[in-house]
Write a protein that binds this ligand. Structure first.
Ligand SMILES: [Mg+2]
Length: 373
């Protein structure tokens, strides 16, 4: 079996608002075609045209090469060897950032092919199904007012979610508003549902310590990205001084970055995004790194149903998978792009055990509607 083409598909909503931290407004899909008629699909969460260039760029020399030229003619079943080939072939502009982001989408598409060839779900081919259903938390941008935040909390609690995360938006601008927001959320849904706060890099260490003391009172389940991603020393001190679980890692790519977050930053929960961290192959290595250190891993996912599927297979195929992000964005890319989306019911996503590969198919009408290239 041979790879015949690596197709990049850039999708974008016409009314994209770049002021919002909302990754469901555009995406880059990867479709890997083969000489046996099987096509695998993957997704990249990055700046779409930057990572498209990583795939499309012609070879410059042996360690500065676009991914397509490294993959054409290769056997798609040999994922780990191809991962290593892509890593080595992009060393000059890679090792982290856009090159690893692009490798992530290719890797997911390769796993989809392996599943289709073997007629088994990806998680089984990754090593086995540890978890048949995974708790999925509702993930939404923090509304501007406490009243809206309380109403949103109630709405998602009624939809069956057992955990809800509020992120970015007004968080970090006014400590009084920050406290009012969590107070109203707890007032609306009580304490049986986990609530997480994603601060979106809002504070310095002192500011984060002050807010951590507030969030402890409201039993926030985790505090995510309170500090700048580069402030590893700050993360270490914060994690050591608060009883809150400190989470982060969605911006990182490659396992070495996650090792730093765990060993130097003392994070309690790491959040690799499978469409950015190096795909399912690198994600599994990262998950075992956390497993060995008795730390938690919860995949970040804020894109389309392709990434929801990849994240579901990932959380099913690792021994420490127990929870994953589930965007509730009403973007048509998040809601409508895949046919047969992963089933969400009573707070859990269910592994598509009877389907081959990722188990999702692209709705070509939706794809053509939002396709830019
Ligand atoms: Mg986040």
């Amino acid at each position: 079996m041979k790879i015949t083409e690596v197709e990049t598909v850039y999708l974008r909503l016409p009314d994209l608002d770049a002021e919002k931290c909302d990754g469901t407004q555009d995406t880059l899909l990867i479709r890997i075609h083969t000489d046996e008629g099987i096509t695998g699909v993957g997704e990249i969460d990055s700046a779409p045209l930057v990572v498209k260039a990583v795939v499309d760029a012609p070879a410059s020399h042996s360690i500065a090469t676009g991914l397509r030229s490294l993959l054409i003619g290769e056997n798609p079943m040999e994922i780990e060897r191809l991962w290593d080939k892509m890593y080595k072939g992009t060393i000059y502009f890679g090792r982290s950032g856009p090159a690893i982001h692009a490798i992530s989408g290719v890797d997911i598409a390769l796993w989809d092919i392996v599943g289709q060839v073997t007629k088994r779900p990806v998680c089984e081919m990754m090593g086995g199904i540890f978890n048949r259903r995974i708790k999925a938390y509702a993930s939404l941008l923090m509304p501007d007012t406490p009243r809206e935040a309380a109403a949103a909390a109630e709405r998602f609690a009624q939809q069956g979610y057992k955990a809800i995360k509020f992120g970015w938006g007004p968080i970090g601008k006014d400590p009084k508003l920050d406290e009012q927001l969590i107070k109203e959320i707890r007032g609306a849904i009580g304490y049986d549902i986990d609530v997480m706060i994603d601060a979106g890099l809002a504070w310095d260490l002192k500011g984060a310590l002050r807010m951590a003391a507030v969030y402890e009172q409201y039993k926030v389940y985790w505090l995510e990205e309170p500090l700048h991603s580069n402030d590893i020393a700050g993360y270490r001190e914060l994690s050591d001084r608060t009883s809150l679980l400190i989470a982060g890692g969605e911006q990182e790519s490659g396992r070495m970055a996650f090792q730093r977050l765990l060993d130097e930053g003392h994070l309690d929960i790491i959040q690799p995004d499978l469409a950015r961290c190096g795909g399912l192959t690198e994600g599994k290595r990262i998950a075992y790194m956390a497993y060995d250190r008795h730390k938690k891993v919860v995949p970040h996912a804020f894109k389309t149903g392709v990434l929801v599927a990849a994240s579901t297979h990932f959380a099913a195929a690792i021994p420490n998978g127990f929870l994953m992000e589930h965007t509730v964005s009403d973007s048509p890319l998040a809601r409508d792009l895949v046919e047969y989306p992963i089933v969400f019911k009573d707070g859990y996503v269910h592994v598509p055990e009877t389907k081959a590969g990722l188990g999702v198919a692209i709705d070509e009408k939706v794809l053509e509607k939002y396709r830019v290239n």
